[in-house]
Design a protein around this ligand. Structure first.
Ligand code: MRU
Length: 350
């Protein structure tokens, strides 16, 4: 599953598999400018930390084309382009990969001495394509490193979707599961359904069942019961941002899973690439948590399930403290406590 983020051969459009409609139908959403890309990011046409990083990189190229159209009349493109890049990196607040991708391209612009807009756009498209390919390779390396954490016969619980759909391909947490499966380990997966956007029920179940990896969906509130019954041997989840001390932000509900795993002695792993670490933040308390529209909670499809005028919480992420994490699986190896030191050594010079 690597064609869910594609760039058109005529270099005019980014084509995204619209994840809002899965598994019902495979429909594509086309981005031609910054407004389209920001819309796709915010409404979760595309979601998952590495996938939104790659999308933003292509978005920078589309922004350069858009700035070129505006410049045709007055020749002034630099301020306009800088403003479009800010719109892209602010589309969602929690996953640091979005800012990481835009700042990589911004850095490339700064390193070119006074480029023409055409030269900059061409350079950016090449970089976006490199980032796209690199992310798949990184996930495969991460999968290989993490597969050793999974034993033959394990049932592995995961939360949200940290699979091919959430990355450029192969996946982080699901990459680890895929690699263990490819090694011939007989594993089963429990995908927590992940209210309210249902990434686990809709996307993880879609991805794994397509590949013949045994998967069972469970309600989020079944985690305690399943672990108490001894039905889960490992947990592997992804992350949206990891602070310098190892605290990891991931989809809302992950912290609860980690606490229950600790209570039952179930190892809890986080799988994430170097681009998900934010060493400028000393701890997870500083990670911004996205607060999304109440409609995702008040409605199931078009049907309202909560009385009118009753407020709801829709925090999209929570932070799992480092002391609940058994290991952080990266493309550079599996990092263990004390995390401040192991993260600095492995990721410090990323
Ligand atoms: O709101 P989403 O669907 O973008 O949240 C995604 C997650 O929380 C994933 O677990 C995380 O980005 C890791 S993806 C490899």
């Amino acid at each position: 599953m690597t064609d869910h983020i594609a760039f058109s051969a005529d270099r005019h459009a980014l084509i995204l598999l619209d994840q809002r409609f899965l598994p019902d139908r495979e429909e594509y959403f086309v981005c031609r400018n910054t407004a389209d890309t920001v819309y796709a990011l915010q409404t979760m046409v595309v979601r998952g930390a590495p996938a939104i990083g790659v999308t933003a990189a292509y978005g920078c190229y589309l922004a350069a084309r858009e700035a070129a159209e505006a410049a045709a009349s007055d020749g002034a493109w630099k301020d306009r382009l800088a403003a479009l890049l800010t719109e892209l990196e602010e589309a969602r607040p929690t996953a640091v990969n979005l800012r990481w991708a835009v700042s990589r391209l911004r850095g490339q612009w700064q390193a070119m001495s006074d480029p023409s807009l055409d030269a900059l756009a061409s350079a950016w498209l090449c970089t976006a394509q490199d980032m796209h390919a690199e992310d798949i390779e990184i996930n495969k390396a991460m999968g290989k490193n993490g597969a050793d954490c999974i034993a033959d016969g394990d049932t592995v619980m995961t939360h949200c979707n940290a699979g091919a759909l959430a990355t450029a391909g192969y996946g982080t947490a699901l990459g680890v599961i895929r690699a263990a499966f490819e090694q011939g380990k007989r594993i089963r997966v429990i995908a927590n359904e992940t209210r309210p956007f249902l990434q686990g029920a809709r996307l993880t179940a879609y991805e794994l069942s397509k590949e013949g990896i045994p998967v069972t969906v469970a309600c989020d509130n079944a985690v305690g019961h399943l672990m108490k019954q001894g039905m889960v041997q490992k947990v592997v989840v992804g992350a949206d941002r990891i602070a310098a001390n190892g605290d990891a932000a991931n989809k809302i509900g992950t912290y609860t899973v980690a606490l229950i795993a600790k209570a039952h002695g179930v190892p809890f792993y986080v799988a994430a690439p170097a681009s998900t670490f934010d060493l400028s933040l000393a701890s997870g308390d500083l990670i911004p948590i996205e607060n999304r529209t109440p409609r995702e909670v008040t409605h199931v499809g078009e049907h309202r399930i909560i009385p009118e005028n009753v407020p709801v919480y829709n925090y999209a992420f929570d932070v799992t403290p480092a002391d609940l994490i058994s290991g952080i699986i990266t493309e550079k190896g599996v990092l263990t406590a004390p995390y401040a030191a192991s993260i600095r050594a492995a990721i410090g010079g990323k």
